[in-house]
Design a protein around this ligand. Structure first.
Ligand SMILES: [Zn+2]
Length: 125
């Protein structure tokens, strides 16, 4: 059984209660967060509950055209009033040591593997 099969099975079980149905798409705490996709970052690490905030994620937690679109929708259509941008230590995509594994190769182009670090923060450590 693949992980996707396991997730689908868990969702099937969840669908019987759908206990989060009471929540709205509007964050209860009127907060939007742009952060990294890192698995160690979660609402638990921020003291938040499901429904408290919009969390927009990408590799490196960087501001992109698409993340800006999400933040604008969050603010103008879904009433968020505060926006946080959260980065973290040991961020894989921001590390100069980040390399594809197992012979995999990332495509060239504007969405390539390297984080553009205009402030040189990842090199200061
Ligand atoms: Zn990261």
């Amino acid at each position: 059984m693949s992980v996707i099969d396991e997730v689908l099975e868990a969702n099937e079980i969840y669908s019987h209660t759908h206990e989060l149905r009471r929540l709205t798409p509007r964050p209860a705490r009127k907060l939007a967060i742009l952060t990294c996709m890192d698995t160690r970052l979660s609402i638990r690490t921020l003291g938040l509950m499901t429904g408290d905030a919009h969390i927009i994620r990408n590799a490196g937690g960087i501001v992109t055209e698409d993340s800006l679109r999400s933040l604008l929708i969050s603010h103008y259509l879904l009433d968020t009033e505060e926006i946080m941008v959260i980065n973290h230590t040991d961020c894989g995509p921001r590390s100069p040591l980040a390399k594809p594994r197992n012979g995999k190769k990332l495509p060239d182009g504007p969405h390539g593997p390297r984080f553009q670090d205009p402030e040189g923060l990842s090199e200061s450590r």
